[in-house]
Write a protein that binds this ligand. Sequence first.
Ligand code: AMP
Ligand code: GLY
Length: 430
Amino acid sequence: MKVLVIGSGGREHALCRTLGRRGAGVAAARIFCAPGNAGIADAAVCVPVGATDVAALAGFAEREGIELTIPGGESTLAAGLADEFARRGLAVAGPSREAARLESSKAFAKDFMLRHGVPTARYRVASSSAEAREILRGGEFGGGEAAVVVKADGLAAGKGVVVASTHEEAERAVVEMMEGGRVAAEAAGRVLIEEALTGREASLLLWTDGRDYRLMPPARDHKRVGEGDTGPNTGGMGAVTAPDVLDEETLARCVREVVEPTLEGARSDGLDFRGILFVGLMLTPDGPRVLEYNVRFGDPETQAILVRLRSDLSEIFGAVARGGLGSVPVEWGGEPSACVVLAARGYPERPETGARIEGLGEAARVPGVEIFHAGTARAADGSLVTAGGRVLGVTATGPTLDEALTRCYDSAARVRWDGLHYRRDIGRCK
Ligand code: AMP
Ligand code: GLY
């Protein structure tokens, strides 16, 4: 089979490696990645086409005889990739643009949850900063000293959510989003004001072919840049999968109260939802609440999840695209896993690029470790340099989560570049 993966991060490197793993269904020479990165080039043939250039991607897939396309990120789906591929009769394992609105419009997602009885935080939608201010001053989300959440409606690359500790801070966030250019104008035409929830967070991901679904091991992400969950939000500084992320009973409750009503809701709304559903959950004392939907794999959750997969990923994604997911084997190794992200100085605000990366060979030899590339490139002299904020994802499984983390940190300690930083408390904080 010839497979095309779309994207250029650690998530896509993990996808390409897992597709090409020994014993898997796809020979490495038949895996293509657009546009890929310096690490992906060892696992796939990189194709210099951008992840949102839908027409060029479809043209490439037709010419090359690609039999299955796996979109990595949300921007590809929001650009209508699945619709265009379906129109040309190309198999694609991702949702239509309309179904992808579950991620690309938070107002659409909230309205969907309300209609289908999926538990989530109370919210209001505002179309101007004056309206948002009025909602805040109306007091329905507590008085001025209460925490409240402000969210841009559209895709904002991790910058669209502010958990404000007072209403004054929330008003400032509204103005920054709607008038101050904090997020792209098309993402902030509307904002949501939302009740602030408290509890532990968990990410529950699944594959669906529109009929059946298969769960992945629940994961926990660490979004803040600093140890002890401090500093600005990032795309994710690390992720773990372990039994205590979501115990059996809570998982069953999330499936019953969230997963099944969501998939049934999508069907009854006539949304063509096939691909990955990623539910961001807050486990509150009153039960699970959905923070957000994503319609794709998470990064770095993917890295931590896929190192545990024992089954053939191409077969799973093939069934996602064509149907029949219910009868495909989806088996997982029982060991917990962890991924620690190594980032560049200045990430997330203004990451520095071009620093020479050293020690990678030695780091990769730590037993049980896999290193996935995110922002890496080859310099003119062939050396490996940083090319983005999140640079590498050091990933391992272990008999316990602690041992998996020890492997990751042993390996990370051998990597060097000017400005390298990472959190030392992934999987260990809270
Ligand atoms: P989202 O992109 O919607 O997942 O939001 C990013 C992060 O903001 C989440 O992982 C939470 O940590 C936080 N967050 C979002 N919504 C809420 C909420 N209603 N209450 C408390 N925290 C929230
Ligand atoms: N790590 C969070 C995300 O991919 O959305």
